[in-house]
Design a protein around this ligand. Structure first.
Ligand code: PMP
Length: 285
């Protein structure tokens, strides 16, 4: 079946879905996006993703030409049109096309694009055995320059760190902030566990406030674990008993080493496995 893409209010075959070369989303990375999972035909945390999209848009003074309910309906319509049962939705809003130059007043008609597709996860073996990580030398965007809380179309900061990771033979890389603290990975948030205490960097450390992160924090608290959002340095990860990442695409995945330092006993820890199981239950039931 041809993939149907939502663009500017209609569903069109993917080959026919296109934007102008003068769109500032293309010219300057001027726009916002979300990545959302579909589990068993249900769009997971849809309202939360739509809220974050509108917050990102608000921060860059982008007016989305749909209200939140219309956006939610459009996502549902696109998922159904593509008969996606388990998959991934990419929601994009560009600044729209305009003359060359940065001035947002010279653009018109932001474009809303919704793509519903399947998704490739990390290899199954990494979910079983955990993944090794390496620290990238590229630091996360300074929040005073481009706040990582804005999920913007300009992902070069993360891409540069990802290149370092893949060059070194890793599937993910850890990014530090301008103060040398742990921020997050290129597309995932990071958690550590020591003596039953679950810790993750706060938004002030310069991270995207991941919705999977927030969901796992709630699950962990419900399960009776203490969770603290607190600044971390690499030493905390090197010496932690467990470490894991969260993300829409990644879900929950264990980390078993950082920069060649084995974390815990080098295999997914018991609390990580418990949280992985709880997250699976939440999303699959
Ligand atoms: N950090 C970054 C930089 C991301 O791009 C993402 C999303 N892929 C995340 C963290 C995880 O956020 P979420 O759980 O909302 O997908």
């Amino acid at each position: 079946m041809t993939n149907q893409v939502y663009i500017d209010g209609s569903l069109v075959p993917s080959e026919e879905a296109s934007v102008s070369v003068f769109d500032h989303g293309l010219l300057y990375g001027d726009g916002v996006f979300e990545g959302i999972r579909v589990y068993g035909g249900n769009v997971f945390l849809l309202a939360e993703h739509v809220d974050r999209l509108y917050q990102s848009a608000q921060a860059i003074r982008l007016e989305i030409p749909l209200d939140r309910q219309q956006m939610i309906d459009a996502v549902g319509e696109t998922v159904r049109a593509n008969q996606i049962d388990d998959g991934y939705v990419r929601l994009v809003v560009t600044r729209g096309s305009g003359t060359l130059g940065l001035d947002i007043r010279k653009t018109a008609n932001p474009v809303v694009i919704i793509i519903a597709d399947t998704i490739t996860l990390y290899p199954a073996e990494l979910y079983e055995n955990g993944m090794p990580l390496v620290t990238a030398s590229t630091i996360r965007n300074h929040p005073g320059a481009l706040n990582p809380r804005i999920k913007s179309l300009n992902y070069l900061n993360n891409i540069l760190a990802k290149i370092e990771g893949t060059d070194a033979g890793f599937v993910e890389a850890l990014m530090l902030n301008h103060k040398g603290e742990v921020a997050e990975c290129t597309g995932d948030n990071v958690f550590i566990i020591t003596d039953g205490l679950v810790r993750t960097p706060p938004t002030e450390s310069g991270i995207l406030e991941g919705l999977t992160r927030n969901s796992v924090i709630s699950l962990a608290r419900e399960a009776g674990y203490e969770v603290r959002e607190t600044a971390l340095v690499r030493h905390d990860i090197y010496t932690a008993q467990e470490c894991f990442l969260t993300g829409t695409a990644a879900e929950v995945i264990a980390v078993v080493s950082l920069d060649g330092r084995t974390i815990g006993n080098g295999s997914p820890g018991p609390i990580t496995q418990d949280l992985m199981a709880r997250f699976r239950q939440l999303t699959r039931e």
